[in-house]
Each structure stands twice: as C-alpha cells, then as structure tokens.
Ligand binder design. Structure first.
Ligand code: NAP
Length: 343
C-alpha cells in the first residue's frame, strides 16, 4: 500500500483526491490537513465519504507527513515549496496541485505569483506532471508539479499539431471556459450563485497565470517561438472545462483526424472523437478522461480543436493520481477508470 498524506483536504481538489483514492486499491490515507477544520472527522465534513475514512483533519503543523510515501498538496501556491525540502530529504515524494513546481524559471514564478521561490534547487529537479507528454521523467521524479487545468487542455489539444510541425506556433488562439469549482471552495462575491449563475464572462483578459505555464511547455514541442492568445471564461456550471483552440496550418495536405487518432492511440485518458464531433463537458464529468475533436473549418486554413475535461479530475486530482501511479510503478489507470456521470 502507498502511504498517502494530503495537505489541504477540505478544498475542492482535496475532496476530489479523497473520492478517487477511496476507490484506489493501493492507497492508504495516513494524514490529512486543514487549519480551519482541524479535529473534524473527514466523514463528518463530507458525508459522501462516510464509511471510507476514519481519520480527522489535523493542523498541518502537527501532521505526520514524514511517514508517508507521497504527499499531495491541494493548497494555494506557496505552501508546497515551504515544506518540500524537508519532505524530500525524508524520502517522501511530493505532488503539488498548485503552481510552485510548474514554472521552471524562478523569476517567471515571482513575476506571476508575487513571491520569491523558496527552493529554486528543488524547482530545477521538479518534473512537470503531464503524463501524455512527460511520462518517463514522471516515473522517477521526487517532486511533480501537477499541471493547471487550462494548460492540460491546451497542451493536449495543440501537441499533435506542434509535434507534426504543421501549424504556425506563433499564432495560437485559445478560447477556454471553466466551471466555477475551478476557483476553489471559498467565499467571493463573483462566485455567489446570484452573480455566477445565468451569466457568462471572460476574466484574466490582460494576463492569466496559466499563460506562461502553457507557453513554456508548448515551447518544448517546437523550435519556433510560441505566440499564444489565451482567454479564460467563467461559465455557470459547477465542474467542467471546454477549450476551443485555433491554429493556422502551414501544411494543408495533412489528415488531421488520422494525426490525432495516431498520436493518442495508446493513451488511456485521451479520447479522440470521430470526425465532425463536438464533445460536451458532461461526457467527462467526474472522470479522468479528456475528450478531443479536431476540425478544419470550411473555407479556412485553420485547425480547430475542441477539448473537454473535468477541471477537478483530469485538470487536477485525477491527473495527480495518474502521476502517483507512474511514480510508484503501478498501471497508470489504477483507481481512475470510473466513467463520467450522466446527466
Ligand atoms: N479547483 C480546480 O479546478 C483546480 C484545478 C487545478 C489546480 N488547482 C489548484 O489546486 C490547488 C487547490 O485548489 P482548490 O480549488 O482545491 O482550493 P480550495 O478549495 O480553496 O482549498 C484549499 C485547501 O488548502 C488549505 N489551505 C489553504 N491555505 C493553506 C496554508 N497556508 N497551509 C496549509 N493548507 C492551506 C485549505 O484548508 P485550511 O484553510 O483549513 O487549511 C483547503 O483545504 C490550488 O493551488 C489551485 O490553483 C485547482
């Protein structure tokens, strides 16, 4: 059994880790933290988990994380990097769902997250945890920076085109939408039911933290500079993410459908839809699957990719467990094969 700790177990990605790990045959939860709800039994806060977990939340300062094999940080940025050195030195592997280990350049991290990186040496060895593009490095990593939700859709959406060298990497446009759980489980006026429901708006238009992360990772797939316009939107649904990605084709003789089917033929969590499809977010709700469709809009030299995922699963907790499976030599899909729930 893999002994597991979770820092930040009361948030949306934390409870999603709990839900998924409850169905994982090799997972044993040893420690789970919350500062505000220390002492509260997990099953009292989340009745959906009654009968699955006996533990109560503990304050992070007193949690026995050092005896775990792996610790997930389902916390805001800045938390994992403060504890990673001690854990790694104790032989504990770290998977951070926040951004502390996603951006390789500490100056770029500071520019976007507003604080200095407290362990640049560990940042240098950290591995970006997108299995479909980085599988071998993840297997042996001591620290994994789990990708952002939007960057997962953009990278898996653009990767086949960039790898095949059939688009202009300098002119990418990503029009992306997220459900409100993407903002976490906190009280903010713009997340109130009366504000977020029955309405639809863009945000982060001047710049979003997932932009530098995506550009840095896409740059690994091509020798040419990446130019990306990325516009996120908040849509009135709880879970789900839909990204519509555009790219200018530099070669128009390519069978895009065959390209995507070939690229993802052996990927357990990327489903290339039949030609002409438009995947919906509910087809991936609560599952670790990313569904993708590729189009060539009539009368253009554009490729258009539609990608959907559940932001809390393939966009966060499910991907983190996929990474854990790789790091501990388990079949990659272990505990992650549940289908989407419908309706
Ligand atoms: N929501 C998504 O769809 C999504 C997708 C991909 C990645 N992420 C990333 O995953 C991380 C968690 O997101 P979330 O949506 O689950 O957030 P959340 O719902 O706001 O939960 C945050 C959790 O972290 C704990 N926490 C906050 N500050 C802490 C600190 N200083 N030290 C220790 N624990 C602390 C909170 O509990 P206490 O305050 O009680 O300690 C809570 O359990 C974020 O970095 C987010 O950007 C989220």
């Amino acid at each position: 059994m893999i002994k597991i700790g979770i820092v930040g177990g009361t948030g949306y990605t934390g409870v999603e880790l709990l839900r998924l790990l409850a169905a994982h045959p090799d997972a044993e939860l040893r420690a789970i933290t919350s500062r505000k709800d220390a002492g509260t039994p997990v099953a009292e806060m989340f009745p959906s988990l009654r009968g699955r977990y006996d533990l109560a939340f503990t304050d992070p300062a007193g949690a026995d994380l050092g005896s775990c094999d792996v610790v997930f940080f389902a916390t805001p940025h800045g938390v994992a990097m403060a504890q990673a050195r001690e854990l790694v030195d104790a032989g504990v592997r770290v998977i951070d769902l926040a951004a502390d280990f996603r951006l390789q350049d500490p100056a770029v991290f500071t520019q976007w997250y507003g604080l200095p990186h407290s362990c640049p040496d560990l940042l240098a060895e950290a591995v970006y945890g997108l299995p479909e593009l980085n599988r071998e490095a993840i297997r042996t990593a001591r620290i994994v920076g789990n990708p952002g939700c939007y960057p997962t859709t953009m990278q898996l959406g653009y990767a086949p085109l960039l790898e095949a060298g059939v688009i202009d990497p300098g002119r990418l446009i990503a029009d992306c939408k997220s459900g409100v759980s993407g903002a976490g489980r906190k009280a903010e006026v713009n997340l109130l039911f009366a504000e977020a429901s029955d309405s639809f708006k863009a945000y982060g238009v001047k710049g979003h933290r997932h932009h530098p992360e995506t550009v840095a990772q896409l740059a690994r797939l091509t020798a040419q500079p990446i130019g990306l316009v990325f516009t996120p939107h908040l849509v009135p649904m709880i879970r789900g993410m839909h990204s519509t990605l555009y790219a200018e084709l530099t070669r128009t003789d390519v069978d895009l459908q065959a390209l995507y089917e070939r690229r993802y033929a052996n990927e357990p969590f990327v489903d290339v839809m039949p030609a002409g499809s438009a995947p919906d977010t509910r087809s991936v709700r609560a599952s670790n699957m990313l569904r993708i469709a590729v189009h060539r809009p009539a009368g253009t030299d554009l490729a258009m990719v539609l990608a959907v995922e559940d932001n809390l699963v393939k966009g966060a907790a499910g991907q983190a467990i996929q990474n854990m499976n790789l790091m501990f030599g388990l079949p990659e899909a272990t505990g992650l094969e549940a289908l989407a729930v419908l309706p």
